[in-house]
Write a protein that binds this ligand. Structure first.
Ligand code: GLN
Length: 321
């Protein structure tokens, strides 16, 4: 559909995409050993640190994959992109951005410090934990399970399947070990930014973070963002255009936390990571990319995944910044 408008058609041939994906996988595998698994959520420490899966979904819905692209893992912070899009689509931009800003922090994802020191007294953006917990509080529904079910249906509409669910062991594990997120949430309550019960809001947040996807899912959802909300498989609109624009802009400035600036310079595409090892990227009008590599760098981003995205960006001329 959009292929005729795509000036990169000559690079995006099936042969070239297959070859470049294989190259990126082979050259990034050794980088797995430079990272380490997230252990602060105990259930995440049982992943295979040498796993690496890559998937691409083109603007026409063609899928390419290599390695453990169909291995399911918890979305963790990638859920913050879906949650922002979901709540914006349901409640509008004003409901969201009256409570959360649009600015990067340069701080780690779980930092609490600016909630107290900033004159604005609201989280800087929806992709740090503080901002994401405010978004979880806004989700439509009654109980945390009900809110999470609505969220998972929405995720399903973007990844292209109807059986999206959470990993209960990851959910239970994070809920039992989330002292810092509890501190953040109570601070938000004091600021008047959480209307529900703090423990319920956190429960919704832990459920959304435990939502299971694979790299193929992330590639399809990334492609939907790349097409400004039109789904590459159905050709139908799955997300309002303004929601797609807003989440992609924030992915550029805040998607990899305090690694966002470095990634914008070295890779140059909108992306969002999670401590489960996933990265979702969206390349305007061309493709979505999904990555799974649970060994993380010091910022909590997939070490081999970042390396692979750098190779894909250079080989396929993906840079949009
Ligand atoms: N659930 C994780 C947390 O709140 C998500 C963090 C992440 O993926 N960066 O700490």
């Amino acid at each position: 559909m959009l292929a005729s408008m795509n000036p990169f058609q000559h690079i995006d041939t099936p042969e070239n995409l297959t070859q470049v994906l294989a190259l990126a996988h082979a050259e990034s595998m050794p980088v797995c050993t430079s990272g380490s698994l997230a252990t602060y959520i105990p259930a995440l420490s049982s992943a295979n640190p040498n796993a690496l899966g890559l998937a691409l979904c083109t603007d026409e819905g063609q899928i390419f994959q290599t390695g453990q692209a169909d291995c399911r893992f918890s979305m963790q912070s990638i859920s913050k992109v879906f949650a922002l899009a979901y709540v914006m689509a349901e409640l509008g931009e004003e409901a969201v951005f009256s409570r959360v800003g649009k600015e990067p922090t340069g701080d780690p994802f779980n930092s609490i410090i600016r909630l107290e020191t900033s004159a604005r007294r609201k989280p800087f953006n929806p992709f740090i934990n503080a901002g994401a917990i405010v978004i979880s509080d806004l989700m439509p529904g009654t109980t945390p399970a009900d809110k999470a079910a609505g969220f998972q249906r929405f995720v399903g509409s973007l990844v292209g399947r109807t059986d999206v669910e959470q990993d209960d062991s990851v959910y239970v594990s994070e809920k039992a070990s989330a002292a810092r997120n509890r501190a953040i949430a109570w601070f938000l309550k004091e600021l008047g930014l959480i209307s529900g019960e703090v423990e319920d809001t956190l429960d919704t947040y832990f459920r959304q973070c435990a939502t299971l996807v694979d790299a193929l899912d992330l590639a399809r959802a990334g492609a939907c963002l790349a097409l400004d909300g039109v789904h590459p498989l159905s050709g139908k609109r799955a997300l309002p255009e303004n929601c797609a624009h807003t989440v992609k802009s924030l992915m550029v400035t805040c998607g990899l936390y305090d690694g966002s600036g470095e990634f914008a310079v070295s890779v140059g595409i909108p992306a969002k990571s999670g401590v489960g090892g996933g990265i979702m990227a969206a390349v305007r009008d061309r493709m979505g990319i999904g990555v799974y590599g649970p060994a993380l760098d010091g910022h909590g981003n997939s070490a081999a995944g970042l390396w692979a995205l750098g190779i894909l960006s250079r080989q396929l001329d993906l840079r949009v910044l």
